[in-house]
Design a protein around this ligand. Sequence first.
Ligand code: 5GP
Length: 172
Amino acid sequence: MPREIEVLLSKEQIDARVAELALRIDAECGDGEMVVVGVLKGSFIFMADLVRHLKRQLTCDFIRVSSYDKDRSTGIVRMEFDLTQPVGGKNVLLVEDIVDTGTTLRHLLKHLETKRPASLKVCSLLFKDMGTDSRKLIDYLGFEVPRRYVIGYGLDSDGLYRSLPYVGAFKE
Ligand code: 5GP
C-alpha cells in the first residue's frame, strides 16, 4: 500500500525559491565560469532547475557519496565516484539536496578543498536543524524543514518518491 504523504513545500514554493537562489548566486559569485557539482542522487532535480535559471557560463559535474542505509544515516561517508574534470583555480558551486547532521557535507568540502578551487560555495535546497552547527556551511539555502524524513523533488525513501514535484513527509 502506498503511504500517505503530507506536502511540506509545494511545487510553486520550490520554483519561486529556486529562481531567487539563482539570482543571488549570479549576483554574488563574481564573473567567470562556474563548475556546478551535484551530489547524487538526491540533488539531480534541484540542480537541473537551478542551472537553468543561472545566466552565467557553467559546466556541470557530479559526485556521489553514500552514508545512508535505508532511511538512516550510518555516520560513515563512502566516496562512490568523483568529479570527471579538474577544478583547480575554478569557481565551484556544490549543490546538495539536504543537509541534516552535516557529516556528508563536511566530508565533501574537505575532499573538494584538496582540489584547490578558486572558490567553493554550497547551495542546499533543504536544511534540517539537528542541533549541529552545519547551517553555517551553507552559503545558499532554499528552506529549513522540520526534523522529519523528507521525500520528493529528488529525495528518496529506499529509492522511491524522487519524482514527486513537491517535498513531503510520510503521515504518522
Ligand atoms: P547528513 O550527512 O547531513 O546527515 O545527511 C546528508 C544526506 O543524507 C543527504 O544528502 C541525503 O542524501 C540524506 N538525507 C538526510 N536527511 C534526509 C531526509 O530527511 N530525507 C532524505 N530523503 N534524505 C536525507
